[in-house]
Design a protein around this ligand. Structure first.
Ligand code: ADP
Ligand code: MG
Length: 187
């Protein structure tokens, strides 16, 4: 696959890791931001939104909005709108009911299957693709900035994500590796 250096790619090995990745992304989110989530049914889009919500301090249990088009969570640091536009006819529903939400600068908006309504999305948005990996609970996740602003803002996320996915992931409580040479008395 063509590697685009502006993208952030990582492999999640569990639903919990996917949520943790979303928690790591959440501090950079601001009202007016739009995130588009892509990936097959069961890939982990809703799981990712659960992490985002937790990171935003939303205490509610986040479930799939498949049957209601959108859910609104108001109890966190910023209001969050969670949409799912899986059914194709929703393009029209989105135009009728939800388009203003994309442009609402007071909310953070996350759209599952956002690729399906791509023409409706603002030029500046974050696209996150989740694909099945080679093991039952592994997922390949790619974060793609759309627009110059997100390219810049994603730089701040890069180090957080690198840290999250490069430390001893099997033992998160392990002490960090020693920095520099050992103290003299140990030699
Ligand atoms: P989607 O919203 O994309 O249809 P969901 O988040 O509702 O997907 O469901 C994803 C399912 O896959 C959940 O049952 C989750 O526990 C499971 N799963 C297994 N491994 C992972 C992973 N690494 N990341 C996210 N979900 C995972
Ligand atoms: Mg879902």
């Amino acid at each position: 696959m063509f590697h685009h250096p502006r993208n952030l790619a990582m492999q999640s090995r569990s639903p919990e890791e996917t949520r943790r990745l979303a928690v790591a992304l959440s501090p950079v989110l601001r009202p007016g931001d739009v995130i588009s989530l892509g990936g097959d049914l069961g890939a982990g889009k809703t799981t990712f939104v659960q992490g985002l919500a937790a990171g935003l301090g939303i205490p509610d249990r986040v479930t799939s909005p498949s049957f209601v088009l959108m859910k609104e969570y108001l109890a966190g640091r910023y209001p969050l709108i969670h949409m799912d536009v899986y059914r194709l006819e929703r393009m029209q529903e989105v135009v009728d009911l939800g388009y203003d939400e994309f442009l609402d600068p007071s909310h953070i908006v996350v759209v599952e299957w956002g690729d399906m309504v791509e023409p409706l999305l603002p030029k500046e948005h974050l696209s996150i693709q989740i694909g099945y990996g080679d093991a039952e609970t592994s997922r390949d996740i790619t974060i793609q900035p759309k627009g110059a602003q997100w390219e810049t803002r994603l730089q701040g996320v890069r180090s957080l994500v690198d840290e999250l996915f490069s430390v001893d992931r099997d033992n998160p409580l392990a002490p960090p590796p020693p920095k520099g040479p050992p103290p003299q008395e140990m030699l």
